[in-house]
Design a binder for this molecule. Sequence first.
Ligand SMILES: Cc1cc2nc3c(=O)[nH]c(=O)nc-3n(C[C@H](O)[C@H](O)[C@H](O)COP(=O)(O)OP(=O)(O)OC[C@H]3O[C@@H](n4cnc5c(N)ncnc54)[C@H](O)[C@@H]3O)c2cc1C
Length: 349
Amino acid sequence: MLDFIIVGQGIAGSMLSWFLLKANQKILVLDRFNPSSATYVASGITNPITGRRFVKTWLADDIIPFAENTYNECERIFNERFLQALPIIRLFDSIKAQNDWSTRCATPEYLRYLKNESIVYLDKQKIKNDFGGFEINGGSRLDTGKFLTSYRTFLKQKSLLSDEAFDSSEFKTEAGSISYKNIKARKIIFCEGAAALQNPYFKFLPFMPAKGECLTVKIPNFYGDRIISAEAFIMPLINKDEYYIGSTHQWNFHDALPSEEGKNELMGNLSAILNAHYEIIGQSAAIRPTVKDRRPLIGFHPEHENIGIFNGMGTKGISLAPYFAKHFVRHMIEQTDLMKEIDIRRFLS
Ligand SMILES: Cc1cc2nc3c(=O)[nH]c(=O)nc-3n(C[C@H](O)[C@H](O)[C@H](O)COP(=O)(O)OP(=O)(O)OC[C@H]3O[C@@H](n4cnc5c(N)ncnc54)[C@H](O)[C@@H]3O)c2cc1C
């Protein structure tokens, strides 16, 4: 009998299966390969200071170093590079924003993530930055496509991955175990990303999925060594002169496909800051598994104790998934408590 079946191999299922393997658990991952999953489409940034008001990311001091150490360990084991440290230049849009920031940043809590307190100005021929910006240290970029592909190969070589869509008609729960086709396991954990909206066991969870679209563009002679974040963010890709332009947040949508509306919004945001010429060479879209209270959804079904969920990574799966995968595995193996903010029982009245 297996210990766990994991459904989904986005960043959530990858990290959960990784820490279960490290805890010597017998697992099988079921995943229907989908190059339009949120993880594939994501820019892959870990950023300690985010949002319109430049606030420190929830649990940044813990989750970001943990994520980097985990991805670095995977790099060593798979003998590949996935993670690139990249400074992030966050531009101000007014004198007020500049002043507010100067007051707030002079605290140890923020200073540890800044190169220094001075305001940075970029080349105005390339980018509009009348009010300058500040430089965030401690950001990085995971090449999510490369990571998922390498990890998938690793699982396949060990016969731990089946490339298939989970078929609910082949699934049964029994006392103390579950069965799927002819496989028995102690537990099943769903890591389906936004597809969890169709999972009949977790209908009570308040997912608020957000579609995100992005562009790939060519910009000759631009900043290839940093991420620039303002109306749009501009992130250098591996190929010379290629950049990822992200990303939209649409709450009302009909499908997960790239749209004209998404493209126009991104082009508008880019024109608001870019002075250099650019050429669009690609567009992608995916659905983020976002939650009403913006916290992960982790735990077991209130009536079916063998059916679990590891989801709700929202807009920050790359930073959150490693830390909370380890946290969940410790809960399952060592019976440690789940943090209240992420436990799905917060939605049971
Ligand atoms: C445009 C965009 C940009 C983003 N940028 C960032 C960023 O810079 N930094 C960051 O931290 N986060 C970012 N995110 C958010 C991040 O992508 C998500 O938080 C994260 O990828 C969610 O991972 P997941 O594993 O839960 O879901 P997914 O990546 O969607 O993975 C789910 C997997 O489960 C599989 N699956 C689903 N149902 C079944 C089934 N029934 N049977 C078999 N397999 C199934 C799918 O095929 C898929 O492989 C971004 C998202 C978008 C859309």
